[in-house]
Structures are given as structure tokens and as C-alpha cells.
Design a protein around this ligand. Structure first.
Ligand code: NAP
Length: 276
């Protein structure tokens, strides 16, 4: 198997990467940064996002596996102290995998013939440098609302626990094939009226956003930012491509959610109830 490693710059991640390379050498596992079949990330969910974009051109053939050097993450199944266990699974690898939907973001620019397509693992956020952004939002070809506010976010199911959740979006099980639109501080008055709640649209539907003024906008796709181009419209839909993760063991999605967002508080309450 050809393996690539992507790690962040923190000391624990750098040390773990060194240990990982040593183990690969000993087990005759080939390191191939150019054309890997498995990408191992060492860091956090953010590191996995970076690795995703680095190897986005290989999405049909590559699988990802994440080691977290902090708490357990959403894209990271392994903790730093489980390196030996992960390595044993890797040696016995039989191609086990799980795949999740991605977001296709097609951007058309003013005065440019060519459109540009991005693939997001978490989400795409459109907002303005300063002032409020005004745009028309279409769902499945029909005008749905005129939005005025800080910006809008369209996320994948796996991205629903990222910024989308901070914007009041629902947490979506990653097996659900849907995309979610959340608003950032919408203005609601006699002129501008929005739904003011998150929307989850089905897999055969799509969202189009047409800014009234295309300049001064910032588009971010996961951890990447693209400012300074005059945007005519953006079309969001579920991508044809999917992301594949090497699934050597299963962590229940809702356990992961509980662990990340409720955690100690919930356990304290359970103890309190048991002892009262
Ligand atoms: P960052 O600002 O350095 O870190 C953002 C945080 O979001 C990190 O704690 C990261 O986890 C976590 N995260 C990333 N993807 C997640 C997911 N799918 N579910 C739950 N948590 C997730 O930025 P970054 O590391 O480059 O990551 C970019 C992502 O951060 C964006 O795609 C966006 O979803 C998220 N973000 C969230 C907010 C917010 O909630 N207000 C604001 C900006 C960005 P790790 O610590 O494990 O890396």
C-alpha cells in the first residue's frame, strides 16, 4: 500500500509523524506523497481538511484516516496513543471504507467566461468584507428569498458540526444525502425577509445565490479563502465525488457528537441523578 502523511506543525504531531515513518520503514510500507492510496493525517479535523484539499484530485482512489493529537475529532478516528493499534489495522488492511457526501460549489464571475468549481468537505461561506451582503437565493431554480445580512453558509452533513452548527444549523448524520443552508445574521424588516431558520435540501435539489453587488465578497471553502473576485452567481449542489475514509473500526456518530459538544457536563449530570 502507498501511504502519504499530512501533519500540522505542533510538536506532538511532528513527533508522531516521525514515529509513523519509522514504523512504515520497518514494515516495508511505501511512502508516496505524489500518488498515495491512503492518506494519514496527524493533528486535528483542520489537518484533515488541509489533506483533503491537497489530495482532492485523487478522491476516487484515495482513502483518508485521521489521528488526533488532541481530543477525538469528527474526521479523526484515532488518538495519538493508539498508533500501534492503528498500525496493526493498517498492516491487515482489506480496503474497508466508508464514504460521505461532498458539496460542489460552482462560481461564475462577472466579466469572465469560465466558471470555477470547488469541492467542500465541510462548507462554503459567502460574506462581505464590510457592510451587509444582499443576494437573491434560489432553490431548485425558483426565487426563494432576498437575503440581507452578514452572509450565508452551505454545508455538507459532515460539515454540519463545524461553523454551520455555530450558526444554529442542525447536526446531520453523515449518511444523509443533503446540504444545509444557514444564515449569518439576517436583517428582517419590511423590505428584506428571510426564512430565518436553517434549510436542509434534498439530494436532487440545488441552491443558487446571486449577489446584488458581486464585489467586496469573500468566499471560503473549508479552510481556504478566495477574496477579491467579482462574483455573478454561485451554484451549490451535492457533488458527484464522495470522500472515502479507511474504516478500521466504527465510532457511533452520535457518541462522537455527545463526546464533542456535551461531554463532561452530561456525565456530571448523570452522576448527580444516580446519586440523588
Ligand atoms: P480553525 O479556525 O483553525 O479551527 C476551527 C475549529 O473547527 C477547530 O477546532 C477544528 O477542529 C474544528 N472543526 C473543523 N471541522 C469540523 C467539523 N466538521 N466538525 C466539528 N469541528 C470541526 O480552522 P481550520 O482548522 O482550518 O478548520 C476550518 C473549519 O473550521 C471550517 O470549515 C469551519 O467549519 C470551522 N470554523 C468554525 C467556526 C465556528 O464554529 N464559529 C468559525 C470558523 C471556522 P480541530 O481542532 O480538531 O482541528
Amino acid at each position: 500500500m502507498r501511504v502519504a502523511v499530512v501533519h500540522n506543525d505542533s510538536k506532538p504531531s511532528v513527533e508522531l509523524a516521525k514515529e509513523f515513518f519509522k514504523k512504515c520503514k520497518k514494515a516495508y510500507i511505501q511512502i508516496d506523497e505524489e500518488n498515495p492510496q491512503l492518506v494519514v493525517t496527524i493533528g486535528g479535523d483542520g489537518t484533515l481538511l488541509s489533506a483533503f484539499h491537497k489530495y482532492q484530485h485523487l478522491l476516487n482512489t484515495v482513502r483518508f484516516v485521521g489521528i488526533h493529537t488532541g481530543h477525538l475529532g469528527f474526521y479523526t478516528d484515532w488518538r495519538d496513543y493508539e498508533l500501534d493499534e492503528l498500525f496493526e489495522s493498517l498492516k491487515r488492511d482489506e480496503g474497508e471504507s466508508v464514504s460521505y457526501p461532498l458539496l460542489d460549489v460552482r462560481v461564475e464571475y462577472e466579466n469572465e467566461k469560465e466558471s470555477e468549481t470547488f469541492i467542500a468537505l465541510n462548507e462554503a461561506v459567502l460574506k462581505k468584507f464590510d457592510g451587509t451582503m444582499v443576494c437573491e437565493i434560489f432553490v431548485k431554480g425558483e426565487l426563494f428569498e432576498t437575503f440581507r445580512g452578514d452572509g450565508v453558509c452551505v454545508s455538507t452533513p459532515t460539515g454540519s458540526t463545524g461553523i454551520s452548527k455555530s450558526l444554529g444549523g442542525a447536526v446531520i448524520h453523515p449518511r444523509t444525502e443533503a446540504i444545509q443552508l444557514t444564515e449569518m445574521a439576517s436583517l428582517n424588516n419590511r423590505v428584506y425577509r428571510t426564512l430565518s431558520s436553517p434549510m436542509i435540501i434534498a439530494k436532487d435539489e440545488w441552491i443558487v445565490i446571486k449577489p446584488i453587488q458581486g464585489d467586496g465578497l469573500i468566499l471560503s471553502v473549508d479552510n481556504l479563502t478566495f477574496p477579491n473576485r467579482k462574483i455573478k452567481k454561485i451554484i451549490y449542489r451535492i457533488a458527484r465525488e464522495r470522500v472515502h475514509f479507511a474504516r478500521y473500526r466504527h465510532t457511533h456518530f452520535w457518541n462522537r457528537v455527545e463526546n464533542s459538544f456535551i461531554g463532561a457536563l452530561n456525565r456530571d449530570e448523570k452522576n448527580f441523578q444516580e446519586h440523588s
